[in-house]
Design a protein around this ligand. Sequence first.
Ligand code: HEC
Length: 90
Amino acid sequence: MVSRISILLACVVGVCSASTDTLPNNFPILNRAGTVATFSADGFVNLDNKFHSPVGANGRACESCHLPQTGWTSPRSQEREDLVAFLQAP
Ligand code: HEC
């Protein structure tokens, strides 16, 4: 699901990647602190590896909880995101 959303956002701003299973490097994803982006030395973020594939019977993938909005980190990073937003507030 994240893959499709990411691809849709990428296409909306005119930076569709050649593959539908990749996200361009430094593509801004909105979050409550502003934006976050991912960079890979491969030149793009691969959305077609095991991290993004369903594991087990419940259909969840790692990305179901480790979202691009929080840099793929722990869902608890929402707390860190809130702190950054607070520190950056005027
Ligand atoms: C159902 C939600 C969920 C799924 C699915 C999930 N995780 Fe997590 N993961 C969490 C939560 C919540 C934490 C934080 C746990 C804590 O802080 O005690 C975490 C923590 C982690 C951490 C520790 C570092 C960090 O970011 O805090 C790693 C590494 C990790 N997960 C990898 C994975 C991988 C790899 C997969 C897929 C095989 C995966 N997770 C799937 C919820 C999930």
